[in-house]
Ligand binder design. Sequence first.
Ligand code: GLY
Length: 362
Amino acid sequence: MQSVHVNTAQPYDVLVETGLLDSLGNLIGRRFHGAKCFVVSDANVMALYGARVINGLRDAHIETRSLSFAPGESSKTMHTIEVILSEMNRAEMTRSDLVIALGGGITGDMAGFAASIYMRGIRFVQIPTTLLAAVDASVGGKTGVNMGGLKNQVGTFWQPSMVIIDPSTMDTLPGRELACGMAEVVKYGCIRDAEIIRMAEELARIAATPTPCGDRTDIHKVLENMILRCVAIKAQVVETDERDTGERMLLNFGHTIGHAVEKCTGGAVQHGEAVAIGMVAMARTAENKNMCPAGYTDRLATVLEGLGLPTVCPVDGEDILGAIRSDKKRAGQTISLVMPDGIGHCSIVPVDIEILTDYLAI
Ligand code: GLY
């Protein structure tokens, strides 16, 4: 089994292997001996993988409770956190026990947040079942919920004690969600690792080729390798800047415009799609300003479109500007933009809000 070690203040391993979900009882029993488990999931993921996970733990003689909530962003609230905490309390969870987040980013953020404040903090394990959560939200310890219409307005930094990624859980993802995850994968290629772009092109080629008997072995192999590379980059960035005050902003490539697109379209354009649009806009800006080589934007747009992602902004520039101005990540009069210098390298550029319009080639 392959893994990435994340050397944060509380270090942990990210394990990646197809079929890992079936060894969960052994894995958890060995690493967290004697801990009771509390599995948190949304109703969709619980229906797909809940029994496999819970039975696997119980078969290994691990006392296990579970809770599921309604799927979707509207559940990402303090109310759901209160429900999770009350159920953990009723299950008599203690500081030596373990929360397991089974699902996508919303589940990981909420289960992690609940774990971080229950009895002033107990351990939790992330089992991401979406590509987006596997390469991004499950690693790095950001937890939280939305409030007052603002995403992740309340939360903590609380690193998981282990991350378990089984790419076969992504077989059940709708194509649109898989494409959204690929936008974040391409982002890692742009900021640190040109080879990831080549792998993304390969995955698009395999996915477009019909396979006999629905054999997904090739896809799982490419996914494993790609996820490992992305997680290794995320680990390096998070180790350098665990609290997101500097280099970690690199992970926001495409996200400033992306968040604005999500906000202006009321979520009709999904996160990964909006990030794809944002990355292409920043690439065009950088190319117009001779900050990156000619042809960069075309190559990036071709890769993203080949993965089924949009690259043209459906929102008016003035509306994007207004949404960015109210972005919570703004530090006073300046905003930090992530600009590409070439495939595999980006820089953080502070830009005065007054001249921001020069940097939005949408
Ligand atoms: N999702 C960006 C970060 O973890 O910092």
